[in-house]
Design a protein around this ligand. Structure first.
Ligand code: ZN
Ligand code: ZN
Length: 385
């Protein structure tokens, strides 16, 4: 490995796969193993870079979650079932069905993110990748959208409480990063920037431009709702135009990114239309700006991603390679990786890291124009606050 910084850390253990609702649920952490084995097949990581997550302590969880909620998650976790009364905690829904051991599994994710935050602070220019995390929909007292504990918020609140830092949270998941936004809605030390498919058509329905924070936190919450079928060029343009002034104005001490990979054209749950080109671009821009403005302190989390065979491993390979100062352009997917997984995969596995060119979306011009209008509205706030 070479480059300008130390090697990136990769937080992982097979135990993370215990966050498993049931076999037909779209959230499938097997994608972590698919990614790690792809990184290994490409010889981009060695064992000394991999450290296991630790379970969050009660104190870690209490920074973010209501004690009553934690208590009830523990209860449901023991029996693995819920009653109608538990719907107030968001558990027992189609999205978040209960499963035995869910408290421990979710705590391991929250603790992994907290460990990542701790590691990032050990030295300047430190990058840590924890793809098990990024469960951005969980609220203080309620599970939502496949998320039980909000590991991103646990990591951020650890940084606030321990070091009194300014944290820039960058969320490029196709869904709005609502949980993180609402948990820190009045917190001026946390800026959240979320690019997502507009809530008009997609869960969780929030992430409007006018959600800008409240009280002392007013102006530190930035939302960019994009049109369905948005493609690479428009996405990347909007992302860069928003992110540069966000860094310039906020001057964060540390960056936490949520790297959901569900805005890809193949993703079955959303309608954005990115290709792997954007999953190469996103971490590259975050990385450059983090060095330029935030002392290179960068914790990269995972997030959504429901085409676990064709999309997520490649997207997160680009992310890790970038964080590890070994950025990739394009590469053949090693046949050994394809052989390892082809029997389990219901689809043909990709042969290259980048996608072949997709046919253009028919309404491209209109979509790009609408995104440009949204972008200009968001940028106008920078001038007025
Ligand atoms: Zn770096
Ligand atoms: Zn998502």
């Amino acid at each position: 490995m070479h480059g300008r910084g130390p090697e990136a850390l990769f937080i992982y253990s097979d135990e993370l796969l215990s966050y498993h609702f049931h076999d037909d649920h779209p959230f499938n952490q097997l994608r972590l193993k698919l990614t790690l084995t792809l990184l290994q097949a490409l010889e981009l990581i060695h064992d000394t870079q991999i450290i296991p997550p630790q379970e969050a302590t009660e104190g870690d969880l209490l920074r973010v979650h209501d004690p009553l909620y934690i208590e009830n998650v523990k209860r449901m976790s023991e029996i693995g079932t819920t009653s109608a009364n538990d719907l107030q905690y968001g558990i027992g829904t189609e999205d978040v069905p209960p499963f035995p051991g869910m408290h421990k599994a979710a705590s391991l994710i929250a603790g992994g993110a907290r460990l990542g935050a701790e590691e990032v602070m050990k030295q300047a220019e430190r990058h840590v990748v924890f793809l098990g995390g990024g469960l951005h929909h969980a609220f203080r007292g309620k599970a939502s959208g496949f998320c039980i504990y909000n590991d991103a918020a646990v990591a951020i609140s650890y940084l606030l409480d321990t070091y009194d830092l300014k944290v820039l949270y960058i969320d490029t998941d196709a869904h709005h990063g609502d949980g993180v936004q609402w948990i820190f809605y009045d917190e001026p030390r946390v800026m959240t920037v979320s690019l997502h498919e507009t809530g008009k058509y997609l869960f969780p329905g929030t992430g409007h431009i006018y959600e800008r924070g409240e009280g002392k936190g007013y102006g530190t919450k930035i939302n960019v709702p994009l049109e369905p079928f948005t493609e690479d060029d428009s996405f990347q343009h909007v992302f860069e135009q928003v992110l540069v002034p966000a860094f310039e104005r906020f001057r964060p001490d540390v960056v936490v990114s949520q790297n959901g990979a569900d805005a890809h054209r193949f993703d079955p749950l959303t309608h954005l239309s990115l290709s792997m080109r954007s999953y190469r671009f996103i971490p590259k821009l975050v990385h450059e700006l983090t060095h330029a403005y935030a002392g290179g302190r960068w914790l990269a989390l995972g997030g959504g991603g429901y085409d676990i065979w064709r999309v997520v491993p490649r997207a997160w390979t680009y992310l890790f390679a970038e964080a590890n100062h070994n950025p990739l352009t394009d590469r053949d997917i090693p046949p050994s990786w394809r052989d390892q997984w082809k029997e389990k995969s219901p689809v043909e596995l990709p042969t290259r890291l980048l996608d072949p060119p997709f046919l253009p979306i028919p309404r491209r011009k209109e979509i790009n124009e609408k995104n440009e209008v949204t972008l200009n509205r968001v940028l106008s706030f920078f001038q007025h606050t």
